[in-house]
Design a protein around this ligand. Structure first.
Ligand code: ADP
Length: 277
């Protein structure tokens, strides 16, 4: 879909390469589309809250397609610096050239910048988004001595998983209080069934078993599991099964082992799998 930040020169210089041409498959789970559209029209940044693998990225791709804006996604990690987002001077062929970072590119292109798993980024990195995320909508590029004003069509969106119970992974009030928050969770059973069947081509009976397994693991959250099986994991298991992999082996690989390293917990999930498949 051409929306992943990359160092490829052609992509860097051509914002249209971040446009999503084909409608992404997205099943609305509530009023998130209306909310996002209103926030976008009001030039307010958006915070997508919810567990991993519940459709936040797919939703962003869908909105970028619907609004016809280029979208640049950054997967945040604990080494992510301000320069990684804003840009830096690089030596190329003996010359020093400035290369915009993904956030700068999105601002210049008037596109959508989606910072995935924002709390993973270094704390000092967050500060750079503050002036962009309030009504100033500006971005200082200190190294260039420039102050970029975000065009009307620019949109900042971030995602955050409040489920990780660690003080280190909390979003600071000074950051979160700048955003319109939209809450995501695993889709309700009938919607999740539709999604899995669409994404994997699996039949309804097998999909129902995956849904049951998901439910059981989700009930184990906080009782030995940090998270239950996400929609993403169900899609993974479904894809393996649709390719003819043994159902139990598919669930073990895509769900049990993906969820945890704890051998007792893996054995418990494998038992559930054995009972269902
Ligand atoms: P997140 O960004 O929340 O970690 P993703 O958006 O990557 O999760 O979702 C994982 C997968 O689950 C997607 O690739 C898609 O197959 C499926 N999915 C989840 N929710 C939806 C939805 N509402 N509509 C369509 N597909 C969905």
């Amino acid at each position: 879909m051409g929306n992943i930040a990359s160092n490829n020169n052609a992509l860097i210089h051509d914002p249209s390469s971040y446009l999503i041409e084909k409608e992404p498959y997205y099943v609305a789970v509530g009023d998130e589309i209306t909310l996002f559209e209103a926030a976008y029209a009001s030039h307010l940044p958006v915070l997508l809250k919810g567990p991993t693998g519940c459709g936040k990225t797919r939703f962003m791709e869908y909105m970028a397609w619907k609004l016809q804006r280029p979208m640049i996604t950054v997967s945040c990690h604990d080494d992510l610096t301000t320069s990684d987002l804003v840009g830096r001077y690089l030596v190329k062929g003996g010359e020093t050239v400035w290369v915009d970072g993904p956030l700068t590119r999105a601002v210049r292109a008037g596109g959508i910048c989606y910072l995935d798993e924002i709390v993973e980024a270094r704390k000092d990195t967050m500060v750079v988004i503050h002036p962009l995320a309030d009504d100033r909508r500006i971005m200082p590029i200190e190294k260039l001595g420039q102050l970029l004003e975000a065009p009307e069509s620019f949109c900042l969106a971030i995602s955050y998983n409040p489920g990780y119970q660690s003080v280190l992974k909390e979003l600071k009030q000074s950051t979160r209080q700048r955003f319109i928050a939209i809450e995501f969770d695993y889709p309700k059973a009938d919607l999740e069934r539709r999604i899995i069947m669409h994404e994997t081509g699996l039949d309804e009976a097998t999909t129902n078993k995956l849904l049951k397994l998901a439910d059981m693991t989700r009930n184990l959250k906080g009782n030995g599991l940090e998270e239950g099986a996400s929609t993403r994991l169900l899609v993974h298991a479904g894809k393996l099964i649709a390719r003819g992999v043994d159902q139990r082996a598919a669930c073990q690989g895509a769900i049990a082992l993906a969820l945890t390293d704890d051998s007792d917990m893996i054995a418990a999930i494998n038992e559930l799998i054995g009972a269902l498949f």
